[in-house]
Design a protein around this ligand. Structure first.
Ligand code: FES
Length: 145
């Protein structure tokens, strides 16, 4: 392989990867409002769909504002039957967290958390408050107690 061929192949591959990354990054975070019934919130699994046309493309997460909670909750979808639900409240001093893909960041002092609520970077030392999530064929249920 000569230099020109190498650059064409590598350049094409790199552009493809960048394109995939940008396409994924362009899916905006979906925000929904949820109401509590019997200490749980019920959310349709279809809320994770990127579009009605494509049944196989899902968002990695959605954010829901739940009546009665002072902070939003982010729900990460790992697979059809695996989710996490995390309160977007920093475990250090209570600042609201912001999402950067799979990382939850605190603008107050720089703590970072994983999409399962574990501390990646301090000063926070405790995991985020999480909620049990169960699901059936069409819904997920976030159990608040
Ligand atoms: S309040 Fe989040 S790092 Fe301090």
């Amino acid at each position: 392989m000569d230099r020109k061929e190498f650059l064409q192949i590598c350049g094409g591959s790199c552009l493809g990867l960048v394109g995939i990354s940008l396409a994924h990054a362009c899916v905006p975070t979906k925000h929904i409002q949820s109401t509590v019934t019997n200490n749980q919130v019920c959310i349709l699994k279809t809320e994770f769909k990127v579009s009605e046309k494509d049944n196989n493309k899902f968002r990695k997460s959605i954010i829901t504002k739940i009546n009665g909670l002072d902070y939003p909750v982010v729900i990460y979808r790992f697979s059809e039957n695996s989710y996490s639900a995390l309160l977007l409240r920093c475990s250090h001093q209570g600042n609201e967290l912001s999402m950067n893909g799979d990382i939850l960041s605190c603008s107050a002092h720089g703590s970072e958390f994983s999409n399962k609520g574990e501390v990646i970077q301090g000063p926070a030392e405790q995991s985020l408050q999480s909620f049990t999530v169960t699901n059936d064929q069409e819904h997920i249920y976030v159990h608040l107690k």
